[in-house]
Design a protein around this ligand. Structure first.
Ligand code: PMP
Length: 426
């Protein structure tokens, strides 16, 4: 039986039954049994600081969300072929945050499904299939979105209808926006010449898997270029959405652009599988008139109750403003720690999405030390990971309820991790 499995026994049972595609974080994997706010507890009762989880964005097991889910679960849980207030009330609130233009929304269970649907909608609207993504983009795990996700296995996974462009560079000046647009134009021309045409540009608006490039106002010229081709712009808000950037509810808001399609997931239900594709109705029309849509679990009353409760908490606890303040403080304190150590090159981000670049003595990406820092932080019970093309960017992305004492704990652990891991002499 499963009772009493611990440590190595649990790891062995997992590997035997789930197979090798499943990966664990950390040399010493963490066995979590409880969560509260920004803290997690393992099977021995030890407390961890969660500086990585953007799903439990309003805090692990937030009582308002738990209560909303429990109440709906004890009333009824069906699907979207019956009338229910929940989906209509939530859609009204959600569309209200997405600004003018985006006026319809369809629900799914994962970010992958939302992006898969977005690709179908874009393709029906444009009559073409070409897609432009960034170099290290991740947009999900279905066959269609794996084909547009280079970070999911390198160039070999990319479809013939896909072209990659470098993300807008970290300096994010006007010229970064123009350079990005130039790359997009060239990719679009290439797709045109290859006979695919251009259906869409899809972008994670904080470029998380590319290494976290949070400079604002870098997308407008590229979006204009895409529209000149008759194609659409899809903002993948799975990572920056729901207030994480502190400055706005949505990542695209920070770039002063209006997407044709917005996809979202992860924090949307604070852990319940809830995702959505929101769209301008004229872009949806061709798809909607020819293909009925049904998703057994997508948009069900329990999911909508969770999603509505998440919006309640974001509003009532003013989490974007909190993320802006606490994220600013966290970046500042990280910079203070980094100043005492070699090998920390760039500290970037906005709100509670922070990237810290680890480099060798001669300034090259230091993947090895970045990994060692992640392990040292884990040993100090602080959970983070890495991202970026070279795997050398510390990825710091805590729940939005991260507190001032959490910042102190984080920086103590970082200080010690930087002290015990040595820079690689290049
Ligand atoms: N888009 C982005 C930008 C993501 O980061 C992810 C998940 N890491 C996805 C899409 C896919 O979401 P899911 O895992 O819910 O399918």
């Amino acid at each position: 039986g499963s009772v009493g499995r611990h440590g190595d026994g649990l790891i062995e049972a997992r590997e035997r039954m789930l197979g090798p595609a499943y990966r664990l974080f950390y040399r010493k994997p963490v066995h979590l049994v409880r969560g509260e706010g920004s803290h997690l507890f393992d099977a021995d009762g030890d407390r961890y600081l969660d500086a990585y989880n953007n799903v439990a964005s309003v805090g692990h097991c937030h009582p308002h969300v738990v209560d909303a889910v429990m109440r709906q679960m004890t009333s009824v849980n069906t699907h979207t072929r019956y009338l229910h207030d929940g989906i209509v009330d939530y859609s009204d609130r959600l569309l209200g945050t997405l600004g003018p233009g985006i006026d319809q929304v369809m629900y799914a269970c994962t970010g992958s499904e939302a992006n898969d649907l977005a690709l179908r909608v874009a393709s029906m609207h444009t009559g073409t299939t070409g897609v432009v993504v960034t170099t290290e983009a991740y947009h999900g795990n279905t066959q269609a979105v794996t084909a547009i996700s280079p970070s999911n296995g390198g160039p070999a996974v990319l479809g013939p209808h896909v072209r990659t462009v470098p993300p807008p560079d970290r300096r994010g000046t006007g010229s970064a926006a123009e350079a990005f647009a130039d790359h997009v134009r060239r990719a679009a021309d290439d797709l045109q010449a290859a006979g695919f045409g251009l259906s869409c540009l899809i972008v994670d608006t904080i470029f998380s898997s590319d290494g976290i490039f949070a400079a604002p106002d870098v997308l407008a010229p590229a979006v204009a270029a895409v529209r000149e081709h008759g194609a659409v712009f899809i903002a993948d808000e799975v990572q920056p959405g729901f207030g994480r950037t502190g400055e706005a509810m949505w990542g695209f808001d920070r770039h002063g652009v209006r997407p044709d399609i917005v996809t979202m997931g992860k924090p949307m239900g604070n852990g319940l599988p809830v995702s959505a594709m929101a769209v301008r109705s004229e872009v949806l029309e061709r798809f909607a008139l020819t293909q009925p849509y049904f998703n057994t679990f997508g948009g069900n009353p329990v999911s909508m109750a969770a999603a509505a409760a998440v919006l309640d908490v974001i509003e009532s606890e003013d989490l974007p403003a909190h993320a802006l303040r606490i994220g600013g403080r966290l970046r500042g304190e990280i910079a203070g720690v980094a100043a005492e150590h070699a090998g920390v090159d760039d500290i970037r981000g906005t709100g509670l999405y922070i990237g810290v670049e680890i480099v060798t003595d001669d300034g090259a990406p230091d993947r090895r030390r970045a990994r060692a820092i992640v392990e040292a932080m884990r040993d100090a019970h602080v959970l983070i990971s890495v991202c970026g093309e070279h795997g050398n960017v510390l990825k710091i992305r805590p729940p939005l309820v991260f507190s001032d004492p959490d910042v102190d704990w984080f920086c103590t652990a970082l200080e010690s991790a930087l002290t015990t891991t040595l820079t690689t002499v290049g």
